[in-house]
Design a protein around this ligand. Structure first.
Ligand SMILES: [Fe+2]
Ligand SMILES: [Fe+2]
Length: 178
C-alpha cells in the first residue's frame, strides 16, 4: 500500500528530520520483506519495493533541494557562523544525491525476471544501496540537528522563524512538495 504509506508520511506531525529517517526506514522495511518473505507475495513485494523506493527517493531529493534553496541561504545571512557547517552539509548532499539516484535507477530496473540470478543480483544491489544510504543519511541528519536545526530553534528571533517557515511553505507550494 505505497499510497497509504506516503499519505501517512505527509500527514504526520513529525519534524522534517524525523520524516527523513522515516522515509529510509520504510524503504528498508520493504526491502527486507522482499528478501525474507516467502515466494507467495514476491511479485507484489517487488512492485511495492520499486514504487516506494522511487517515490520516497523523489521526496528526499525535494527535501535536499528545499534545504539548499531556502534553509541554508537564509541561515547564512542570519547566522553567518554556520557557513562552514553549511558547506559540509552541501557536500554531503552531493554524495547522498549520487547514492540515491543510483538506488532509484536500480529500483526502476526491478521487475519479475525470468533470469533468477539477474533478479537476485538487483535485489541484493538495492538492499546494499539502501543500507549504505541509510547509514550516511543518519549521520547527515545528526549533523543537521546539531547545526542548522539547532540554530533555527535557538538563534533565530521569533519573527525570523516565522519568516523562514513562510518561505519554506511557499517553496513547497511552488514545487508541489508537501
Ligand atoms: Fe534534512
Ligand atoms: Fe540535508
Amino acid at each position: 500500500m505505497p499510497v497509504l504509506r506516503r499519505a501517512a508520511i505527509r500527514k504526520s506531525k513529525k519534524s522534517r528530520e524525523e520524516e527523513e529517517i522515516q522515509v529510509l526506514d520504510t524503504i528498508l522495511d520493504i526491502l527486507s520483506k522482499l528478501k525474507y518473505e516467502g515466494k507467495m507475495s514476491f511479485g507484489k513485494n517487488l512492485a511495492e519495493a520499486r514504487e516506494i523506493t522511487i517515490s520516497l527517493g523523489k521526496w528526499l531529493l525535494n527535501h535536499f533541494d528545499e534545504e539548499e534553496k531556502i534553509l541554508f541561504p537564509y541561515l547564512e545571512v542570519h547566522v553567518p557562523k554556520l557557513e562552514p557547517a553549511i558547506r559540509i552539509l552541501e557536500a554531503e548532499h552531493r554524495s547522498l544525491r549520487e547514492n540515491l539516484l543510483s538506488l532509484m535507477r536500480t529500483a526502476f530496473q526491478l521487475r519479475v525476471r525470468k533470469n533468477a540470478a539477474e533478479q537476485n543480483g538487483l535485489i541484493e544491489k538495492l538492499g546494499d544501496g539502501a543500507v549504505c544510504l541509510t547509514y550516511f543519511l543518519r549521520n547527515h541528519v545528526n549533523t543537521e540537528n546539531a547545526t542548522v536545526h539547532r540554530s533555527v530553534r535557538h538563534e533565530l528571533r521569533g519573527d525570523e522563524q516565522r519568516e523562514l517557515r513562510h518561505l519554506l511553505k511557499e517553496h513547497r507550494g511552488r514545487s508541489g512538495h508537501c
